[in-house]
Ligand binder design. Structure first.
Ligand code: IFM
Length: 454
């Protein structure tokens, strides 16, 4: 519990990043292309034609970046391991040079007293595995478990916390249904199969991690939304039920209860017969979680509506309208709704079996500029973090077992289909020079960490 508005002892204050968004060096030391390399080089996919080829040059600048983390006072750092960097092509032996990079990064973190949290999959599927069918095919789950074993075998002695997947919703539904993300496919049935095989891959990887490192701390990070109906009508309530089902419960229920929700299965039956779900799969998926990571950004307010078109990211539930509500939005046009974070944390704690919770991502994009004095003043982001950290304290006061918070993101970086045009960092990156400037929100976060209170 929080004491007098303080975060509890041992509460982790971190920041998060992902390999493809910051590393650059896409051809260095034996790395092979991922689906994001392929996708970002296809004309028209990414705003401004941006790619992750160079990104924040973190592959070469990781020492300076860890020094920045130390200046921010972070107690933990959540990063992802690039699959095609450590296992080129997604099969076969490890690439020692790729593993060495993560070993050096982890040692630098440990030397700075910062706890390394490694995520195994933040969307960079080796292109060869996509060519063999990608997440819609079952074999990819086995490939993922093999990759997990190989990484944990090499780095398990230094990494205290593993998360398997980051935001499987995005991998499945933006990747294979709407096609806004790599690999850019528009096949709703394939997206539903992908969601299942991601969950299966998580379960198999969790078992592989524990086999290599008994007693390992293993979790998964889901992007969860607060969902509300736009009105009290039964039709709008049903729209909210369906979006909550496809955004939240389709992952929470298998992971924490070992079954898909009946209403979600009924909605999905419009696009697939679910013949890909085999006996025993859900027991594998529901392997005990040491922690659940929640990535929270905003709330969906939804109403029954006409179908938005053939290629939405909501298979079987396309006839839903997303309603804009009055109030502040970020540069992503996402509503700022800190209460939704408290609501989401309390809901998971109330409705599911107990599991330690972490906010593994939370943050906001704004159009930051460097002022004439060389500083980056970002009052909107300062307010965003303050309000969401307050929401965490509210959840803790309500009894939620919330153990830590990771800001998204440490650095401005490659924001997927938005390219470099959206900045989420606590630290500003001047891309032409790669100069880093701690924003006012970074200084503010440092003060919160130091005093353990707002
Ligand atoms: O940048 C992404 C991150 O990769 C996954 N979660 C949401 C962030 C902001 O869109």
């Amino acid at each position: 519990m929080s004491v007098n508005g303080h975060f509890p002892p041992g509460f982790r204050f971190g920041a998060a990043t992902a390999a493809y968004q910051i590393e650059g060096a896409v051809r260095a030391d034996g790395r092979t292309p991922s689906i994001w390399d392929t996708f970002s080089h296809q004309p028209g996919r990414i705003a401004g034609g941006d790619t992750g080829d160079v990104a924040c040059e973190h592959y070469d600048r990781y020492r300076d970046d860890v020094a920045l983390m130390a200046r921010l006072g972070l107690t933990a750092y959540r990063f992802s391991i690039g699959w095609p960097r450590v296992q080129p092509g997604g099969r076969g032996p490890a690439n020692p040079k790729g593993l060495d990079f993560y070993r050096r990064l982890i040692d630098e973190l440990l030397g700075a007293g910062i706890e390394p949290w490694a995520t195994l999959y933040h969307w960079d599927l080796p292109q060869e595995l996509e060519d063999a069918g990608g997440w819609p095919v079952r074999d990819t789950a086995d490939r993922f478990a093999d990759y997990a074993a190989l990484v944990v075998d090499a780095l398990g002695d230094r990494v205290p916390v593993w998360t398997t997947l980051n935001e499987p919703w995005c991998s499945a539904f933006l990747g294979y249904a709407s096609g806004e993300h790599a690999p850019g496919r528009r096949d709703p049935a394939a997206a539903v199969r992908a969601a299942h095989h991601l969950l299966l891959g998580h379960g198999k990887a969790a078992a592989a991690i524990r086999a290599a490192q008994p007693g390992a701390t293993v979790g998964v990070a889901l992007n969860l939304y607060a969902v509300s109906a736009a009105s009290g009508t039964a039709a709008d309530a049903d729209a909210a039920r369906r979006i909550d089902g496809l955004a939240n419960r389709i992952f929470l229920d298998p992971l924490l209860r070992g079954r898909y929700p009946d209403d979600v299965l009924a909605d999905l039956a419009r696009v697939t017969d679910l013949g890909h779900v085999r006996d025993g799969d859900l027991a594998t998926v529901a392997a005990p979680l040491s922690l659940l990571g929640i990535n929270y950004y905003s709330r969906y307010v939804v109403a029954a509506g006409p179908a938005a078109g053939p290629a939405t990211c909501w298979p079987g539930s396309d006839n839903v309208r997303f309603v804009t509500v009055d109030g502040p939005v970020t540069a992503m046009d996402w509503a700022v709704d800190p209460h939704g974070l408290t609501e989401t944390l309390c809901r998971v704690a109330r409705e599911y079996p107990p599991v330690p919770l972490y906010v593994t991502e939370n943050g906001a994009a704004y159009h930051d500029v460097v002022g004439p004095d060389g500083a980056v003043d970002d009052p909107d982001r300062v307010a965003y973090f303050d309000r969401h950290l307050r929401a965490c304290l509210d959840a803790i006061a309500a009894g939620v077992p919330l153990r830590g918070y990771f800001a998204w993101s440490l650095l401005d970086n490659f924001e997927w289909s938005w390219g470099y045009g959206r900045r989420f960092g606590l630290v500003y990156v001047d891309y032409p020079t790669q100069r880093r400037i701690i924003k006012r929100s970074g200084h503010r976060y440092r003060a919160v960490i130091e005093h353990r209170r707002l």
